[in-house]
Design a protein around this ligand. Structure first.
Ligand code: GLU
Length: 369
């Protein structure tokens, strides 16, 4: 178990100017009855406190489907199947509305305005859409409005879905290097062999193995949280998993108190550029290639660009400017990158004997996994 140092955790919080708070369904739904808005008011008060500390706060809130379910009569509830796409979408549109009214009523009491931002996978996959999202968030933050983000579940089909808000919140965190992610969940941290880890600096295999899927009512569980933490650590960004049972925990996190599991990078030198962070967090890739041993060595050890000569096979076709996975001979994902040519153009080059200096992925657009 790694040694925890309160000052170190506090330092990471202090130097972050953006705080992203992700709140899970199982945290929120017990507090969503009309007559018990205290939870949301406490949350609003702690966010107002953070704003006074000059932090820009973004919420990523789950709970639309959960709240939709809570709004149905017993008769309707018996007819609803969460696996049915239309039912899920309808539940989300019912619940999202309720969710936002709980937030806005409570936040307005603190003099804070909230804004709903619903996103889907394509808002992240395409770099123009991504910048568009970034710009609207920036504008809201500059007006001191608290953006509340959720997936646009009411219209998202399987192909359009990001799937879980852990992945979504990490994506939002990666938009700005000096962002700190707080994941509020129903458990007070990450447990390994029944012991809560206070701090993690590298995601070892035993941690990945111990990270289980969701509990009843939730979506991602620890599995998606650990995946998110791994990517954030790679880009020198900090995160904490803590219990969301009482929103006052945010005051403790601001002080670096040992109240959850902190994921703290070893150094504060961000190795990845903004574009590379965007590539890394795009789990939904648009294609894949398999490379030979020489190319693997070149990209891993020499940090070289990936050239068509190193590609053995196109596994999944893609267009130019697509984010694709790079697999080694053992079919293991070793990198992810943005293509300069389509798979059709690549296949032509692979069959040509004569040398060409065209790259499939430039080294600056390549991220090792
Ligand atoms: N977007 C889903 C909802 O609001 C939750 C997804 C998640 O919790 O990861 O119900």
């Amino acid at each position: 178990m790694e040694a925890f140092n309160e000052q170190e955790a506090k330092m990471w919080f202090r130097k972050s100017d953006r705080i992203i708070i992700k709140i899970g369904t199982n945290v929120l739904t017990p507090h969503t009855t009309k007559y018990n808005p205290t939870y949301f008011e406490k949350l609003a008060a702690s966010i107002s406190f953070l704003q006074q500390q000059k932090k820009k706060v973004i919420l990523v809130s789950s709970g639309a489907v959960g709240l939709g379910l809570k709004s149905l009569s017993d008769t309707l509830l018996k007819k609803v199947h969460k696996q049915n796409l239309a039912h899920r979408q309808a539940l989300a549109s019912l619940g999202q509305n309720k969710l936002m009214s709980l937030y806005s009523d409570a936040f307005e009491k603190q003099g804070l305005f909230v804004a709903q931002v619903l996103v889907s996978r394509k808002d992240f996959l395409n770099r123009d859409h991504y910048h568009n999202l970034k710009n609207v968030l920036e504008t809201l933050l500059s007006w001191n409005v608290v953006p509340i983000i959720n997936e646009n579940d009411a219209v998202s089909t399987e192909e359009l879905r990001l799937g879980d808000n852990d992945t979504l919140s990490a994506h939002i965190t990666a938009m700005h290097w000096s962002s700190f992610l707080i994941m509020l969940t129903s458990i007070d941290g990450f447990y390994l062999n029944k012991k809560r880890l206070l701090v993690v600096r590298t995601i070892q295999e035993k941690i990945e193995k111990a990270a289980r899927g969701p509990e009843a009512g939730g979506i991602g569980g620890m599995k998606t949280k650990i995946k998110a933490a791994k990517k954030l650590l790679q880009s020198a960004q900090a995160m904490v998993i803590a219990s969301g049972e009482n929103p006052d925990i945010l005051y403790d996190i601001a002080e670096g108190k040992a109240v959850g599991t902190y994921f703290l990078p070893k150094s504060d030198k961000g190795e990845l550029t903004a574009k590379q962070r965007w590539i890394l967090h795009n789990r939904h890739t648009e294609g894949a290639v398999l490379i030979d041993k020489g190319a693997e060595k070149a990209i891993l050890e020499k940090r070289a660009s990936l050239l068509p000569v190193g590609v053995k096979q196109v596994i999944q076709p893609f267009e130019k400017n697509a984010i694709i996975n790079v697999l080694n001979q053992d079919q293991k994902k070793v990198a992810r990158g943005l293509t300069k040519i389509s798979s059709a153009a690549l296949e032509k080059k692979m069959n040509q004997k004569k040398k060409s200096n065209i790259e499939l992925i430039h080294r600056d657009d390549l991220v090792l996994l």
